[in-house]
Design a protein around this ligand. Structure first.
Ligand SMILES: [Zn+2]
Ligand SMILES: [Zn+2]
Length: 100
C-alpha cells in the first residue's frame, strides 16, 4: 500500500517566474510586480505595485484633506516675533519666533 502523497504531483510549479497573489486586489501577478521587503518571509511585499500606488495616492489625498480641515477649524492667528518684532504666522501654537 503505497502512499498517495508520494506520487501526487506538486500543486504548483515554481519556475523562474514565481507568482504571488496580491493581498490587496487578489490578483495573481509575477513576483517582480511586488516591491521587495526584507521583513516579509518571501522577501516581497504582500501588495502589488499597483495597489501601493493607489494606496499612496489615497493616503496623500486623505492626509491633505485632513490637514486643510484642521487648519480651517483651528486657524493659528498671526503673532509678533519676540526677537525681531515682525508679524508672522506660526506653524505651531507655541511658536514665538518667526524662525526657529
Ligand atoms: Zn494588488
Ligand atoms: Zn523674528
Amino acid at each position: 500500500m503505497a502512499s498517495a502523497e508520494l506520487s501526487r504531483p506538486p500543486e504548483k510549479v515554481v519556475g523562474r517566474m514565481a507568482e504571488k497573489r496580491c493581498g490587496k486586489c487578489g490578483e495573481i501577478k509575477p513576483q517582480d510586480d511586488f516591491p521587495t521587503r526584507r521583513a516579509s518571509p518571501d522577501g516581497r511585499d504582500s501588495w502589488c505595485r499597483d495597489c501601493h500606488v493607489v494606496a499612496n495616492r489615497g493616503y496623500r489625498q486623505r492626509h491633505r484633506e485632513r490637514l486643510n480641515a484642521a487648519r480651517r477649524r483651528d486657524p493659528i492667528p498671526e503673532r509678533t516675533c519676540l526677537t525681531c518684532g515682525q508679524p508672522f504666522i506660526p506653524v505651531r501654537k507655541d511658536q514665538n519666533y518667526c524662525r526657529t
